[in-house]
Design a protein around this ligand. Structure first.
Ligand SMILES: C[S@@+](CC[C@H](N)C(=O)[O-])C[C@H]1O[C@@H](n2cnc3c(N)ncnc32)[C@H](O)[C@@H]1O
Length: 358
């Protein structure tokens, strides 16, 4: 474990004890499991954007999922734990020259890769000015970022590494504008990890030691204001390493992408007000259907019944102009049918424990 001094805008943050990915791994071919790898196929838009990313940023990419929500032209995106900047430079293209991408990481080594490649990328995108900036900071303390100033937070395989996950979610909630969202991929466990596993440095470097038990994550996110976390995608992580697999025993590790909306009016459960939406098909990257989460695939032109929370996620956010809204709040029809509590992740053999919430 290395120790180094961090600074934000030249001010010392003191000494932070942590491991640097750059030092520890060199590049992504040195990983022992596929926790810090992405197996999903990106959309055409993202595949095109990836063609414009410098090799060095790709080689030092350690993400575990795709963190590119649609409908973000002109927005301010914050990438928590941006590493060498691959996702930040993809986002730079998706938000366009009018948007802004702020990447935050506490590792000098990782940030320096992004910083030295800003000019190369801006010239490649033919942007007159840079729309990407990198800040050195701990994501548990985002005091260099104003409250209510960010439209969308992304983060890729970082929260598991934080020593104080509660502060990460509290800070994310603070800096998001109302109606904004945190759209992030991370690593979760099927059970709480015993302390001996949490202290294992090799497993830490694989982004597994710090994995939150999924139900602890849901509770923490709700306590910090993200009242209805929505799962977009999940996969069982392959632990292709006998030593790590033996230490894990029956504990399964998942990579999952969640959306956390900053909408204080959301209710603890999915309530039925007889509402519905129709997707207009007007988000350029999603002409045929809009995927809000793993159980809301909303086809263009089709009336789609929704609970009150889903109604708000589409109506009180940047997504509003792309939907027609049917119904109001005048009559309550009880709990939205199908609500229940179970482990929400998919395993290799399909859905694990019954239906997820509405
Ligand atoms: C697994 S890498 C992922 C990097 C990047 N998101 C990507 O997809 O390539 C984790 C990154 O998070 C950074 N990191 C971990 N904990 C952090 C913290 N508390 N504050 C800021 N950065 C952190 C590390 O320095 C590293 O760059």
């Amino acid at each position: 474990m290395s120790t180094f001094t961090e600074s934000v805008h030249g001010e010392s943050l003191g000494v932070i004890k942590t491991k640097s990915y750059y030092e520890a791994l060199g590049n992504n071919s040195n990983l022992k499991t596929d926790a810090c790898c992405t197996s999903e196929k990106p959309s055409l838009e993202v595949r095109e954007a990836l063609k414009n990313i410098k090799d060095e940023c790709i080689e030092k990419y350690y993400g575990c999922g795709l963190v590119f929500p649609g409908c973000i032209k002109g927005l301010h995106i914050l990438d928590l734990g941006c590493g060498a900047g691959r996702d930040a430079f993809v986002m730079s293209q998706l938000v366009g020259p009018e948007g802004l991408v702020t990447g935050v990481d506490f590792s000098n080594e990782m940030l320096s890769v992004g910083i030295k490649n800003i000019d190369w990328h801006m010239s490649r995108f033919s942007y007159p000015n840079s729309n990407v900036r990198f800040l050195q900071a701990n994501i548990e303390d985002l005091s260099s970022i104003a409250s209510d100033s960010v439209d969308v937070i992304i983060s890729n395989c970082v929260v598991n590494l934080s020593q104080n996950k509660r502060s990460v979610f509290a800070e994310a909630y603070r800096v998001l504008k109302k109606g904004g969202e945190m759209y992030f991929s991370d690593v979760y466990s099927s059970r709480r990890l015993p302390q001996a596993l949490r202290d294992d440095e090799v497993i830490w470097g694989e982004c597994i030691s710090g994995a939150l038990y999924w139900n602890d994550f849901l509770r923490l996110a709700k306590q910090e204001g993200f009242l209805d976390p929505r799962l977009v995608k999940s996969r069982l992580i392959n632990v292709n390493n006998a030593r790590i697999q033996e230490r894990l025993g029956d504990i399964r590790i998942f990579s999952a992408t969640y959306r956390l909306f900053k909408l204080p009016e959301l209710e603890p459960d999915c309530e039925d007000y007889g509402q519905a939406v129709i997707y207009k098909g007007t988000i350029a990257s999603d002409p045929y259907s809009y995927i809000l989460d793993d159980h809301h695939i909303i086809e263009t032109g089709k009336v789609f019944p929704v609970c009150g929370n889903t109604f708000r996620m589409l109506h009180d956010t940047r997504l509003r102009e792309h939907f027609t809204f049917l119904g109001d709040w005048s009559r309550h029809f009880g709990i939205f049918s199908g609500c229940g509590k179970s482990m929400p992740f998919e395993t290799a053999s399909g859905k694990q424990d019954g239906a997820s919430c509405c």
